[in-house]
Design a protein around this ligand. Structure first.
Ligand SMILES: Nc1ncnc2c1ncn2[C@@H]1O[C@H](COP(=O)(O)OP(=O)(O)O)[C@@H](O)[C@H]1O
Ligand SMILES: Cc1ncc(C[n+]2csc(CCOP(=O)(O)OP(=O)(O)O)c2C)c(N)n1
Ligand SMILES: [Mg+2]
Length: 319
């Protein structure tokens, strides 16, 4: 029988070169580098709500960290530390070992030390707190979009929600589309380099990551910045041609779980942003404009300039 402390020692504790004091005492001790401030964020992943209970534990470990690093990415912060609280229904050591393999693979990919946490018995759930650094006063925020800014989105939002629809039997995806959709859902990437470069190169005014859906999260920028926007359907990333087009559009606009970044930028920065996309080998789509209508208002327009009704709503745990 493995005790709580053996479990922690055997699976959750690895070297933490970036901490003054790592796991083992009542608190970890960390200090930001000179001239930096801390960015801190937390998100839960609950079985049945955020992931299917039979999800591969290695991918789940990766995702638990990656979705939190996505919030740091959206603020242009460099991820450095994380704490993991886990509630586990029973001690299955192979399951835990696979989970921590994925978790630490993600941690080493993004240069993060796991500096502490908590381990209890209970329904399968995780809560991760990620801490990053950003030069004082330089974080990208939701509330800084300006009139006449372009709106940009990275990558291909919608794939994760299509993957979930497939796993839930709401659609059938065939290869070669299935693989990237399942990867987007189960092993998402946090757009850390994109956030860092947008901040370092001074390219973005406002940014957010897409966890609840493109329209919903863009809505947070609009509300926060007290501006309105027009989004051009024809300039969004092309939909995968082999998926049901109605479902694919729905997933793109409101699926969530994408962890792409949406950002606003001055039109003079177009060439520099295109160069950044090449540098990162990550498509960046200029798909909208900040306009001066009622704060928070989002209008979707087709290629003829006609208004497209919005029926989609983003992911809302209580909506
Ligand atoms: N229970 C809570 N107590 C305090 N702040 C919260 C709570 N839940 C959410 N928030 C804050 O509300 C904001 C929006 O939360 P959320 O939609 O989860 O953001 P995100 O998509 O970036 O994870 C965040 O700043 C978050 O810290
Ligand atoms: C079993 C299952 N059901 C539904 C989803 C879809 N889903 C769950 S939570 C969520 C939105 C993001 O989660 P949230 O807790 O709102 O994260 P935050 O916005 O705080 O980052 C989505 C799209 C999923 N991934 N798995
Ligand atoms: Mg959250």
């Amino acid at each position: 029988m493995t005790s709580e402390f053996e479990l922690i020692r055997n699976h959750f504790v690895r070297p933490t070169p970036q901490a003054i004091l790592g796991p083992g005492d009542d608190c970890a001790l960390i200090a930001p580098a000179l001239g930096m401030q801390l960015a801190i964020t937390t998100d839960m992943l609950i079985a049945g709500t955020h992931f299917l209970p039979d999800t591969d534990p290695c991918q789940l470990g990766w995702k638990t960290l990656a979705v939190n690093l996505s919030d740091l990415a959206a603020m242009g912060a460099r991820p450095r530390w994380a704490l993991l609280a886990g509630s586990l229904p029973e001690v299955s050591e192979p399951w835990i070992a696979a989970f921590t393999d994925g978790l630490f693979a993600c941690a080493s990919y993004y240069g993060v030390d796991i500096i502490g946490g908590d381990t209890t018995r209970g329904p399968l759930a995780f809560c991760l707190t990620a801490i990053g650094e950003v030069p004082i006063g330089m974080a990208l925020r939701r509330d800084q979009a300006l009139l006449d800014d372009d709106l940009w989105v990275s990558g291909q939002p919608g794939l994760a929600a299509l993957g979930l629809a497939h796993l839930q039997g709401r659609t059938v995806l065939a290869e070669p589309l299935l693989k990237p959709c399942l990867a987007a859902l189960q092993r998402p990437l946090a757009r850390v380099e994109l956030g860092l470069e947008l901040r370092r190169r001074g390219l973005a005014h406002a940014a957010i990551d897409v966890s609840d859906g493109l329209l919903a999260d863009l809505g947070h920028i609009l509300q926060g910045s007290a501006v309105a926007a027009e989004l051009f359907v024809a300039q969004l990333p092309p939909l995968p041609t082999t998926a049901d087009p109605v479902l694919a559009r729905q997933c793109q606009l409101a699926g969530g779980d994408d962890y792409e970044l949406v950002f606003s930028a001055a039109p003079e920065k177009r060439a520099e942003i295109t160069a950044l996309a090449d540098h990162l080998a990550l498509p960046l789509w200029r798909c909208g404009l900040v306009v001066g209508a009622a704060p928070g208002q989002l209008t979707l327009l087709d290629d003829q300039g006609r208004v497209v009704p919005i029926n989609e709503k983003g992911y809302d745990h209580f909506g």
